[in-house]
Design a binder for this molecule. Sequence first.
Ligand code: ACM
Ligand code: ZN
Length: 515
Amino acid sequence: MPFSIIPQPASMTVGETPVFRLTKLCNLHADDESVLAKAELDRFFADTLALDLLGTGKEHLTLSVDPAVSKPEGYTLRVEPTRVTVTGHDASGVFYGVQTLKQLLLQEEGILPAIEIEDAPQYGYRGFLLDVSRYFFAPDAVKQLLDAMALHKLNRFHWHLTDDHGWRIELDGYPLLTQIGAWRAYTNFGRTPHGGFYTKDEIRDIVQYAHERCIQVIPEVDSPGHVVSAIAAYPFLSCFDRDLNVATNSGVQHDILCVGKESTFDFMFGVLDEVLELFPDGMFHIGGDEVPTMRWEHCPHCQKRMEDEGFTDVGQLYPYYIGRVTAHLKEKGVRVFAWYNAQLGEKIDAAVIREHWDVLPGDDADLSHVVDADFHSYYFDLPYGMVPLKACYTHDPAKNGTQPFGVECCLWTEYVPTMEKAGYCAFPRLGAFSETAWTPPDAKNYDAFLRKLPAYLALLDAFSLPHATRKQALPGLLRKWGYQAWFWKRNLHALGWKKNLDDRHVAKQSSVDSR
Ligand code: ACM
Ligand code: ZN
């Protein structure tokens, strides 16, 4: 029988006749290194199958680590008469073998033929970004998405914790960031206030939850743009000490950090140090996307900084800021990630991992420090008519046979207020993405993926993950045009007249505004 496993294993052979039946009499064995995988399987038996193993029968299920097997994070899975063996190269490998086993057991209701799987990931960095600033996602929702990541064998959670629309992480040194910066007056879905934030204990709990699922966490504190929520809390952070509200309108905001004042750096270093204490994985994303410089052009502090540094172009303040923040983090032994930004060009520290979203690396680029988050393929907030399932599946981040450091799919949430909508946006595209992140290219095939779709959607149902239907995920031409029309209307709304109205209001308050 053909099994529908997502992401597709590197190699899989399947026999004809049943040789193993999972019942509650089955014995489960795990060595000391396989505790995470065993805990995952225990949860699956208890929560999904409602099966309480007695361990008195002749069936055996064995989880163990053997570094001689496969490659890092890889595993072999063997089903023989009365025996299932999952052997991982390391603890992650066994864990991913268990993810495959869960799918096998669900599809055939616990009755398996002889199976031989050898599997290992194509990419070491398999990322998923969740934006919790535009809409706050409570800890339980974040955990549900971490479970979905694990199911798809993804291993890097990029947590976009701050942006114009809300500051989501509680810090002792700067309490107003959450007292004021976590709340906005209204959202894209109605004139009701919205907000929320994570306490430090909640952050620690979520990080541990991720670790238990072989996921490392990369926090993002975005700056020097996308900081209106911080400015609303501490106006001194802006040029002209602006008294702003947490942003309610979408689009790029003109008010960013003042990089002339030394107090801005004191603030940011304090924030970074406090945030770092909560995230032990040694990685930090500093943002750096979408930085309009019109405030800097007129700010006396920024002008003074330019003079002191001998800058002739206001654009030079941007690499100056990023350079200081990067140096601060590097000093602490942290690996720095940033959005690739053409403004920065070659000036970025060579050690920084650049995440490309709008401009992809050139053909001759060094990909060893690149994460591919191509928005045409991996931005799941965009409609299926704009980021089609097929584009998501077939996008190839490799160039000339060289693959980048990592791949990442992104769930921005300007228009994603609920878990229901998050699931609709993410699935089945995340399944398609996972086959690029995990499956070797020669085992990938879009038509085969489409044939697996019904079983995949049933799998998502089994784990209570909301998703788009096949019809929604594969829209016909008319629906595609409909999506496009909706998208452009939304963008005109976001970037055009509504934004300008808000900005004119700000402009009235300041004679130095310039656009
Ligand atoms: C981004 O989408 N501004 C990274
Ligand atoms: Zn300034």
